[in-house]
Design a protein around this ligand. Sequence first.
Ligand code: CMP
Length: 137
Amino acid sequence: MSQRTLVLLKPDAVRRGLIGEIVGRIERKAGWTISAMELRTLDRETLEQHYAEHVGRPFYEPLLEFMASGPSVVMVVEGERVIEGVRALAGPTDPIAAPPGSIRGDFGTIVRENLIHASDSEESAERELKIFFPSRG
Ligand code: CMP
């Protein structure tokens, strides 16, 4: 089942020079295509929409501040079961709990600075793609 998902390489990944490493892992999956990719410093309004479900959580404000602290890579990735697939490549939210071989397991230690975001369902993907790429339909 071909799908589209929104992938963000967070500011920690960009600052640490991990764009190539992470994009390479996505690119090497058979049949997946990166159909949009841009270096973009995310503004507060975009982040408020994206993280609306986390309003009121203790990590919300520091998360928005971190996510606006420098450029992110904003991508659309398309292909077979790509929603589940990119999340499998990323590993669980907490990098210490993430297995070696996953992006977070290989490169992360801090929960907030966990390198990558990927939509968690078809509904989230459609919602998030509209926020980050409003003109792409
Ligand atoms: P992600 O799962 O992509 O989306 C929500 C983000 O909030 C998550 O990645 C982390 O960056 C951050 N986050 C989630 N839980 C915590 C936490 N307990 N402490 C700090 N940051 C968190």
